[in-house]
Design a protein around this ligand. Structure first.
Ligand SMILES: Cc1cc2nc3c(=O)[nH]c(=O)nc-3n(C[C@H](O)[C@H](O)[C@H](O)COP(=O)(O)O)c2cc1C
Length: 222
């Protein structure tokens, strides 16, 4: 069982969000997972240009750190994403990665994976940010097991107080992977989205060649 944790904070080892991501990873590790932490702010990842070349050939026009990051995510059974709240949204370091993943969404490449999200905020909105990240993971095909959001509000112990919850979230993530947990509400949405994406790719099959071939290989398109 392999679980990776991404953090979109630019604060490196001083990141508050890092503390939550690490607790989730440690919780998963205690349940037997191999873990890896990735600081997104250390990666060189360009903005998506919306050119659609990845839909056509599965490769981006940019030669940067994204393909290796994607490889790691595709290899992982579980994905943890963390971002602080920056102006009521994820950080640019996080969003630049998500924007590169439209091909993953069209092909529902995270189908069968599990994920969860964490966030910290100076004042408010941490749970909303983590919820947004979980929705992004779900959109890619993953099932999500929960979230932890911490609004710090000047309390130096705010993150410490939630570390146990983050650790439990990691255990939950590992257990979901081990037991191939099924969440009926999420499954219904996955099925509906897969149907929608498959039809979208079919309509565009003449120029979205890679995505058409991907669905064909999965046996869902003749
Ligand atoms: C540019 C910037 C924008 C921010 N926007 C918000 C905000 O909209 N709401 C909020 O509650 N905190 C905001 N914060 C505070 C961060 O969310 C908070 O300090 C967070 O814990 C930082 O996490 P990190 O240490 O992992 O980077 C902002 C901080 C910065 C630097």
């Amino acid at each position: 069982m392999n679980i990776i944790g991404l953090n979109g904070s630019p604060h490196g080892k001083f990141s508050q969000t890092l503390r939550l991501v690490m607790k989730v990873l440690e919780g998963a590790q205690d349940s037997g997972a191999d873990i890896e932490y990735i600081d997104l702010s250390e990666l060189d990842i360009n903005f998506c240009r919306g050119c659609g070349v990845c839909y056509a050939n599965g490769k981006c026009i940019y030669e940067d750190d994204y393909p290796e990051l994607l490889e790691k995510m595709l290899y992982a059974d579980g994905i943890v994403i963390g971002s602080p709240n920056y102006i009521n949204n994820v950080t640019a370091q996080t969003k630049v990665v998500l924007d590169r993943m439209a091909d993953v969404i069209h092909c529902q490449m995270f189908s069968g994976k599990y994920g969860c999200s964490v966030s910290t905020a100076g004042g408010s909105g941490a749970e909303e940010i983590a919820n947004y990240l979980n929705r992004a993971l779900h959109q890619m095909g993953a099932s999500t097991v929960g979230l932890v959001g911490v609004n710090i509000l000047g309390d130096p112990c705010a993150v410490t107080k939630k570390e146990k919850d983050a650790s439990k979230l990691g255990t939950l993530l590992a257990d979901a992977i081990i037991n191939c947990e099924v969440y009926p509400d999420q499954e219904k949405l996955h099925r509906e989205r897969a149907e929608y994406m498959k039809n979208l790719v079919l309509v565009n099959k003449d120029h979205w060649t890679h995505e058409y071939e991907f669905w064909k290989k999965s046996g869902d398109i003749n």
